[in-house]
Write a protein that binds this ligand. Structure first.
Ligand code: XUL
Ligand code: CO
Length: 436
């Protein structure tokens, strides 16, 4: 039964790259086989409930621009209307997954007991829709950053009662994620950081955050949740200094608190840019450290310095991201969540659909380019050539058994005088350019 919100818009179909239909896929063809696997199963697309359905179009200079019949979001009837429209959109797009924060899906009643029962009611309602449409939950998460209660942090709050409120909130969201068959549970530390050290005991806050995450992992095992627990790096915004700055910082944190084998990372393109990295740097770092979990796909404005959460539109960037994901074995339980929103002037229902279609097409092009580079093998070959010296028995013995003294002896006895070799960067960039 149609809600009428997307009146006149029909299910997006793959029409190929020659089609000029703006509401059709030109590159995303779910059943097309890429490196032995259906494209849909590689990409595992998810729609983010918050940007598409909860956000009202505000920016720091002005409020609501989006006229949606389910706003204001303070009542269960409208929460259900929002779910009806959301699942209609998942179906029009043919996305296999969606993601939510508790605050996106249920009306906020302000107190914990009421929030618990409204979350239970709306997630039951959504499960009915999941059954009807076949849409699955990629991940659930708790919004512990929007209301004033969390302004000084959730697990890192100086007030132990906020820590307690946060623990209960995460428990409720993990319970709902398990109930809905979610494949991951995400923790983005929205306010886990600080504005000024003048009022912050950083060591204590990090210890509290480490203890909190250990409780999350204990609870995951207790309830038999088989999904991945993911933390999401971001360097700044909303806090000036976020504790989960980037992939490397998160790994150090996980290791310090004994969680490096329990928790993986959900990496976001825009957050990588804000941290002064590229998306592929963050993905390759996580892969090298064994903590690559999932991605939030979007793009960040390179000039603005804040988190713009735009839909991706840069094939070379996306291709390199998927190249590293495929090289790491591809997604298992993770996927591609569009943590992206339309611009506040894009007020038509069609804009919501077209933005996702465009993003899915860009990812499909990126995936196909990445797969073509892997199948061609040029980059892997260049790498193995560059490191070929390490294949020798002498080099391997140095690595395993060498000491500074024994190595010095060999440098002297063999009169080692290594000649510099080109890094061939431009040649490799030209190579990539053939595929994107
Ligand atoms: C914020 C952000 C969040 C997380 C989930 O920048 O990316 O939407 O993905 O809380
Ligand atoms: Co995100």
């Amino acid at each position: 039964m149609s809600t009428g919100f997307f009146d006149g818009i029909t299910k997006a179909e793959f029409k190929g790259s020659n089609s000029t239909d703006p509401m059709a896929f030109h590159h995303y063809n779910p059943d097309e086989i890429v490196m032995g696997k259906r494209m849909e199963d590689h990409l595992r697309f998810a729609v983010a409930y918050w940007h598409s359905f909860a956000w009202e179009g505000g920016d720091p200079f002005g409020g609501k621009t989006l006229d949606r019949p389910w706003h204001p979001q303070d009542d269960m009837g409208r929460a259900k209307m929002k779910a009806d429209v959301a699942f209609e959109m998942f179906d029009l797009l043919g996305v296999p997954y969606f993601c939510w924060h508790d605050a996106d899906v249920r009306p906020d009643q302000g107190n914990f007991a009421d929030n618990l029962s409204t979350l239970d009611e709306i997630t039951d309602y959504m499960m009915g829709k999941m059954e009807q449409t076949g849409t699955k939950l990629l991940w659930g998460t708790a919004n512990m950053f929007s209301t004033a209660r969390f302004m000084s942090g959730a697990s890192t709050n100086p007030d132990p009662d906020v820590f307690a409120f946060s623990a209960a909130t995460v428990k409720s969201c993990m319970d709902a994620t398990l109930k809905m068959g979610g494949e991951n549970y995400v923790l983005w530390g929205g306010r886990e950081g600080y504005e000024t050290l003048l009022n912050t005991d950083m060591g204590r806050e990090l210890d509290h955050m480490g203890r909190f995450l250990n409780m999350v992992v204990d609870y995951k095992h207790k309830i038999g949740f088989k999904g991945q627990i993911l933390v999401e790096p971001k360097p700044q915004e909303p806090s000036k200094h976020q504790y989960d700055f980037d992939a490397a910082t998160c790994y150090g944190f996980l290791q310090k608190y004994g969680l490096e084998n329990e928790v993986k990372l959900n990496l976001e393109q825009g957050h990588a840019i804000l941290a002064g990295h590229s998306f592929e740097h963050e993905i390759a770092t996580a892969a090298a450290l064994g903590v690559l979990g999932s991605i939030d796909m979007n793009r960040n404005d390179y000039q603005s310095g804040w988190d713009t959460d735009q839909f991706p539109n840069n094939v070379p960037e996306v291709a390199l991201a998927y190249y590293h994901i495929l090289q790491a074995g591809g997604f298992t339980q993770g996927g591609t969540n569009f943590d992206a929103k339309i611009r506040r002037q894009s007020i038509d229902p069609a804009d919501l659909i077209a933005s996702h279609i465009g993003g899915m097409d860009i990812c499909a092009r990126g995936l196909k380019a990445a797969a073509a580079m892997i199948e061609d093998g040029g980059l892997a070959e260049a790498l193995s050539e560059r490191y070929a010296g390490w294949d020798s028995a002498v080099a391997q013995d140095m690595l395993a058994n060498g000491t500074l003294e024994s190595i010095t002896d060999r440098v002297l006895s063999e009169n080692l005088n290594p000649a510099p070799r080109s890094g061939r960067q431009e040649i490799l960039e030209n190579y990539v350019n053939r595929f994107v």
